[in-house]
Structure formats: structure tokens, C-alpha cells
Design a protein around this ligand. Structure first.
Ligand SMILES: *Cc1c(COP(=O)(O)O)cnc(C)c1O
Length: 455
């Protein structure tokens, strides 16, 4: 095997110009590892009958390995799926003020659990809790890792060992692992289902109440809608029934919003303030859905219950870090000025973009994009964006897109794969034999054109 002997050793590769460049760029340890791996591959190839590659070729193989590994798996993409709050793409984009606050919290010590007026230990959630109470009219609040955690913690605190009554029309599953029956079981609450899939009445709840009842729960059907012959019990009637029976009412809003979305011409989504005003003792909702902040879960409601929740040892396991608390604080402050919210909060800015604005962008982009994709036909089409993340599942927002079609049935799939492989991956969706790029979430024409120049 002369070929094997012809291969250089790692030390020689590291002292060659190309090897030194690798060590300079990636560090000596990583360069050595990649050169060893490239040499292993070369040995296999020689044993298979190939000619021995020279030092430069082996260094080039090692460089390709290192470059491929340099980009983090979680990296920026262009979300042209048409879903604004895309759970798989990280949901809400944060406002500039929230990003700045988070960066500051990462860089410097902060008064996280420190009361600056007394110099004593303070409450971690206090500032965010005060803000959310101001914005929702709730008595008290606590903040945890996400809304799934909020529901788990609320259920476990008020109903562990008891029974929780839920309508059969509200046994929601959110994205795989979060299912109301399962989360109830984990919280130590026995689920008592009442009513039917399409119709549940107040008497159904009333008939189910007995001494073991610890809670009545209402769940917002975030990601589906039951249409036709339907009936559900309004929150205020359910709260009154629960209070008559001496048990708390928990309302899981899922997304919820802090402001009436119809003021921007958007479909109505229940507000947290409404749920509180209806008499729910506890209301749970997400930080990174319509609220437009970082991943977080809120529990707002009666002070006595919130105090018990804060004393539950699970709270410590589910609490938020300083970075997200800083971002949440800054996000909530934007809500104090609703008139400027649509400019400052990216989620709302994207949701309120008009079809005309997006169509004008599509008209600007169609020719330059077509020039970069000579094998494809590029057309401007009308489309419908979705809000996403289980908010307003049925309503869509009129939008405009570039539809890319090519020869062969697999043309859209092949193009989608090429766009995903770009340094700034472009994510669209395939519809009716075309790759559709909904431009609602494209902030800047240059972002798409810049990404496509790397094709
Ligand atoms: C989204 C949602 C949840 C889970 O919230 P996360 O913040 O994703 O943990 C729970 N309940 C409802 C009704 C939801 O819509």
C-alpha cells in the first residue's frame, strides 16, 4: 500500500501553509481534529483504490469540515412561510427596547432579587408582575417559563389531589406534548369531563360539582374551532358557578392579548383584562404569542392564590431568568402607549402590514428574484397569512407572495431545499405545485435579495 505511505502525517499538515491557516482560523485543537478526520477519510479512499491526495487537498477537506460545522444549528432564517408567530421558527420577534434590556441584563449585574430602597432581598418577578397587573386589572401575578408551566403550576397549587372540571369541547392539544388531560394528571388533578365535543351547558358543570371538586377550568380553543350546532358557557357564568361552589375558576387563554386587536382591524382575540373582569380567579397566557415578548408564561389573578402559587416549590423550578425578565419588562412598558405599539412591537407591526404594502413589495421584487432564478417562473400572487401559535386559527390576513414554479413535479421541493441550504436560509411553503414566499414578514427587500445572491 504505497498510497497509504504517501499520505502526510498530522504534524506535517499542521506546519504546511494551508494547515497553519486552518489553525489560525479555527484554533489549533479544532484544526488538528479536522485534519485527523480528513486523513482517516483519505486512508479509506486509498484502501478503496483511489490515489493518495496531497497535503493541500487534505487541508481543503478539513477546511470544508470545519466550515460546515461553524454555523450554529439555531441561526437566523427568513420566515416567508406566511405564519407570523411560527412556533418552529421561534415565535415572536422582540422589540428593540426588549433586545436592549436583555443585552444589558446579560452584561451587567442587575437588581434581580434585590430591593434597592431597603438594600434587602427583593422579589424576582415584582416589576413585571406590577406591570402586568396595571395592564390587565389583575390583583396579582407571577411569571414562569412558558404557558404550559403556568397551567401546570396553577393546577398543581389549587387542585392537587382534587378534581378539575373541563368541557369535552376544550380538551386541547397544543403542538404535540401539551395536552390538557396529561397536564392535569401531572399536576395531580383528576380530570372530570363534562358536556360533549360540540355543546356544553352550565348545568353540565353544575351536575359534576361535588365535595372532591377543587377547580373549574375553561380553556381557550386556540388552534381549532368547533362550528355549527355548538354551545359553550361564557367565562362570567362559569366563574359565578365556581364561586357559588366555593372553588376557583382557572381560565387558560393560551395566547390572549393585552389590547383589543380589532382597533387595528385584526380579528378579535380575548383579552386578559376581559377574562379577569369576568371573574376568573386565575388566568394563564403566553409571553411569546400575541403579546410579542420572549418565551414566558403568566398567571394573573387573586392575590391569595398567587401567593400560594409563589410558595409552591415547583415555582422555583419553573421560574424565569434575568434576561427574559428584562425583555418582558421592556415589552410590557410598550403597552403603556398603545398608539405607538404597532410601530414598536414587531409582532403587531407584521400583523398590521396591509395587503397593498406587501403587494407593492412583491411587485418590486418579482423581476430581480426572477433574474436570480433563471430556471423558475416567478409570479406575484395573492395569499393569506396566518397569525400562528394557536392564536386565531381560522382567520387569515390578506397578503401577497412570490410564487415560484419550475419544470418537473419535484421543482418546488428541490428549490425549497436549495433555499433552506443558503447561509441565510429562506423558508417558504409549498402550495399548488409552487414554492410560495409570503412577503408579510420580509422587513427589507435587501434581506431576500442578499440571501438569494448566494445561490
Ligand atoms: C399555546 C397554549 C398553551 C401553551 O403555551 P406555551 O407558552 O407554548 O407553553 C397552553 N394552552 C393554550 C390554550 C395554548 O394556546
Amino acid at each position: 500500500m504505497d498510497g497509504l505511505r504517501a499520505l502526510p502525517g498530522v504534524d506535517r499538515l499542521l506546519s504546511a501553509a494551508a494547515g497553519r491557516a486552518l489553525a489560525e482560523r479555527h484554533g489549533r485543537q479544532a484544526a488538528t481534529g479536522a485534519l485527523r478526520a480528513a486523513l482517516d477519510d483519505a486512508r479509506d479512499a486509498v484502501r478503496g483504490g483511489a490515489a493518495a491526495p496531497d497535503a493541500d487537498a487534505i487541508c481543503a477537506l478539513a477546511a470544508a469540515r470545519l466550515d460546515a460545522d461553524r454555523l450554529p444549528a439555531q441561526r437566523p432564517v427568513l420566515n416567508l412561510t406566511g405564519t407570523v408567530l411560527h412556533t418552529n421558527l421561534g415565535r415572536a420577534l422582540l422589540a428593540d427596547a426588549a433586545i436592549a434590556a436583555a443585552a444589558e441584563a446579560m452584561r451587567a449585574p442587575v437588581a434581580l432579587e434585590y430591593d434597592l430602597s431597603s438594600g434587602r432581598r427583593g422579589e424576582r418577578d415584582a416589576s413585571v408582575a406590577r406591570l402586568i397587573c396595571e395592564l390587565t386589572g389583575a390583583e396579582a401575578a407571577t411569571i414562569v417559563n412558558n404557558n404550559a408551566a403556568a397551567v401546570l403550576l396553577a393546577l398543581n397549587t389549587v387542585a392537587d389531589g382534587g378534581e378539575g372540571i373541563v368541557s369535552r369541547g376544550e380538551l386541547v392539544e397544543i403542538g404535540g406534548a401539551f395536552r390538557i388531560p396529561d397536564i392535569m394528571a401531572r399536576a395531580g388533578v383528576r380530570l372530570v369531563e363534562v358536556g360533549t365535543t360540540n355543546r356544553t351547558h352550565l348545568r353540565d358543570y353544575r351536575d359534576a360539582i361535588r365535595p372532591e371538586t377543587a377547580l373549574v377550568m375553561k380553556v381557550h380553543p386556540s388552534n381549532y374551532r368547533i362550528d355549527g350546532f355548538t354551545a359553550a358557557v361564557p367565562g362570567d357564568e362559569l366563574a359565578a358557578l365556581a364561586h357559588g361552589a366555593g372553588v376557583p375558576m382557572l381560565h387558560d387563554l393560551g395566547s390572549g392579548t393585552l389590547v383589543d386587536m380589532t382597533r387595528w382591524g385584526l380579528p378579535a382575540e380575548p383579552t386578559v383584562a376581559q377574562a379577569v373582569a369576568e371573574g376568573a380567579d386565575l388566568v394563564t397566557f403566553s409571553g411569546d404569542k400575541l403579546l410579542g415578548g420572549p418565551q414566558a408564561g403568566f398567571i394573573v389573578g387573586r392575590a391569595e392564590l398567587i401567593e400560594r402559587i409563589d410558595r409552591n416549590p415547583l415555582k422555583r423550578a419553573l421560574r424565569l431568568d434575568k434576561i427574559r425578565l428584562a425583555a418582558l419588562d421592556a415589552t410590557l412598558r410598550l403597552y403603556r402607549d398603545p398608539d405607538r405599539l404597532a410601530d414598536r412591537l414587531p409582532t403587531l407591526r407584521l400583523l398590521t402590514r396591509t395587503r397593498d404594502d406587501i403587494a407593492a413589495q412583491a411587485a418590486r421584487l418579482v423581476a430581480p428574484v426572477a433574474a436570480m432564478l433563471p430556471d423558475y417562473r416567478v409570479a406575484v400572487i395573492d395569499c393569506a397569512s396566518q397569525i400562528g401559535s394557536g392564536a386565531l386559527p381560522v382567520e387569515t390576513l390578506p397578503s401577497a407572495a412570490l410564487a415560484l414554479t419550475g419544470a418537473g413535479g419535484d421543482a418546488p421541493d428541490r428549490l425549497a431545499a436549495r433555499l433552506r441550504a443558503l447561509p441565510l436560509p429562506v423558508i417558504g411553503r409549498i402550495r399548488d405545485g409552487a414554492l410560495v414566499l409570503d412577503l408579510r414578514c420580509l422587513a427589507d427587500d435587501g434581506d431576500l435579495l442578499g440571501a438569494l445572491t448566494r445561490l
